[in-house]
Structures are given as structure tokens and as C-alpha cells.
Design a protein around this ligand. Structure first.
Ligand code: FE2
Length: 226
């Protein structure tokens, strides 16, 4: 499968389906959104703008996604919604008040982030040099709220996501293609990176058994979300 570069959307000369973002039809429900995503990612080429438009058009309905929205008071959670036939992972992230991620990369995958509830703040960073020992400073800061869907990949840089609110939670819907289980996490003070495993707090609405989330304290400590 090939995903078209964000900057060079696929031309629609051959009338290929799912290639013209202006022809996206609003999905009527989360279920319909997932069905459409399955159809899109079954194709050899996937147009980033098309997927972003489709996810933007979905009108967030808490009744449809609340069964996946399993939160934790201490940190944000990743909750698997759909495995996309092996082509993508779709997941709900629940951000408690002031919860945030580390600065992280996306393992050469494509990352779509749609806000379902509340607001999130994104700090964008350039990749530090391998020998960096200096503090990483964001090159841009963005705030997103529903129905917005943003996109990032490793060529566009690194980012950190947080819920800036100290009174309200936030919920986001993420699509990663291809799926990945490990990414780089960066120390903001030095630019040093380390590999970190990404884990699921729940899958398909069911809390993930403890033993499957990590087998040792270290794994738990370094398990990072993205
Ligand atoms: Fe991310």
C-alpha cells in the first residue's frame, strides 16, 4: 500500500475512487466512518487529504464512542477501536485534565488526529540532531477542537499533544497507518531519544488484561502513548 504525500495529493485523472477530497460524503455515524476507512485502505493508494476530509466530516456523537472512552485519572489512555484489516489502527485517546504526551515520532506511519470532545494543544518540533544536548523548542503551537482533524508524519516533524484544560477532559480519534507498536520518545531538555512501546488501555471496549499490557515494571514505566 502506498500513501500519497500530503504535499502532492493524487491526481484524479483516472477517476479512481477515494482520490478526490471534494467528493467525500459525510459519514452518518462512527460505524459508517469505519466502514469507509476499510474501503479506502483496501486500495493500493490512499490519499491523505481524502482521509483527513472524511474524518473531519464525521460529526462527533458521544453515544457512538463512549464505550471506547475508558479513562484513567493519572494519565491519558489509548483505546483500540478497530484494527483496519491490518492496514491501520483506529483508536480513541482519553485525555484527563492537563494530561499530555511526550514529544514523539510516528514510526514512519501516517497519523490522523480528530478531536471528538474538548480541545487539544499540539506543539510541533523539528527533529533534533543525533548529537543534540540542547533543549527542544516548539516551532509551532496549534489548538484543535471538534470537528477538526489534523495530520502528521515523520517528514513533517515531531509533536507533543496535551489537554490544556484544567477543568475538562478531551477525547481524540487517531488513525495510524501502518499500525506500529514502538516509536521514539524525546527528552525535551536534551533532545535525547529512546524507544518506547505503545500499549492499549482497552481493546474493542474491553479493558486490556494487565498481563497483556506489560510484564515488568520497566515496560510499564516506559510504555508511552502517542
Ligand atoms: Fe502523535
Amino acid at each position: 500500500m502506498e500513501i500519497e504525500n500530503y504535499d502532492t495529493p493524487l491526481e484524479n485523472e483516472n477517476n479512481e475512487p477515494y482520490s478526490d477530497p471534494s467528493k467525500v460524503v459525510r459519514p452518518k455515524s462512527l460505524e459508517e466512518l469505519i466502514q469507509e476507512l476499510h474501503k479506502i485502505f483496501a486500495h493500493e493508494k490512499v490519499n491523505v487529504d481524502y482521509v483527513q476530509r472524511l474524518m473531519t466530516l464525521y460529526i462527533s456523537n458521544k453515544r457512538e464512542w463512549k464505550k471506547y472512552a475508558k479513562s484513567d485519572p493519572h494519565r491519558y489512555t489509548r483505546n483500540l477501536v478497530d484494527e483496519g484489516n491490518g492496514k491501520f489502527n483506529l483508536m480513541l485517546l482519553c485525555w484527563g485534565e492537563a494530561h499530555g504526551s511526550s514529544i514523539h515520532s510516528h514510526a514512519n506511519s501516517h497519523c490522523f488526529l480528530k478531536v471528538l470532545d474538548g480541545k487539544v494543544r499540539e506543539e510541533l518540533y523539528d527533529w533534533p540532531s543525533e548529537s543534540s544536548t540542547t533543549e527542544m523548542k516548539p516551532r509551532a503551537i496549534n489548538e484543535y477542537e471538534t470537528p477538526c482533524c489534523t495530520y502528521i508524519n515523520d517528514n513533517l516533524g515531531l509533536h507533543r499533544i496535551e489537554n490544556p484544560s484544567h477543568s475538562d477532559p478531551a477525547v481524540t480519534l487517531h488513525l495510524y497507518s501502518p499500525p506500529f507498536s514502538e516509536c521514539d520518545s524525546f527528552d525535551q531538555r536534551t533532545g535525547h531519544k529512546q524507544k518506547c512501546k505503545v500499549t492499549f488501555w482497552s481493546k474493542f471496549g474491553q479493558r486490556t488484561p494487565f498481563g497483556k499490557r506489560g510484564t515488568c515494571q520497566e515496560a510499564q514505566q516506559y510504555a508511552e502513548n502517542n
